[in-house]
Design a protein. Sequence first.
Length: 58
Amino acid sequence: MDINDLRSIITVAGLLCFLAIVGWAYGKGSRKGFDEAAKLPFAEDDDDGAAENASHRR
């Protein structure tokens, strides 16, 4: 086994990891979570200082 065999194995492993991430991202189960996360910047807060008040409570 020489360095080129090791490089080939690492390349194949990287490709498999990439395909696994793509499969997870485009899977049916992930859509709901991604849709909720996409709407977060547009969510209205009831109180403008809610984030400041929440961080100081302990």
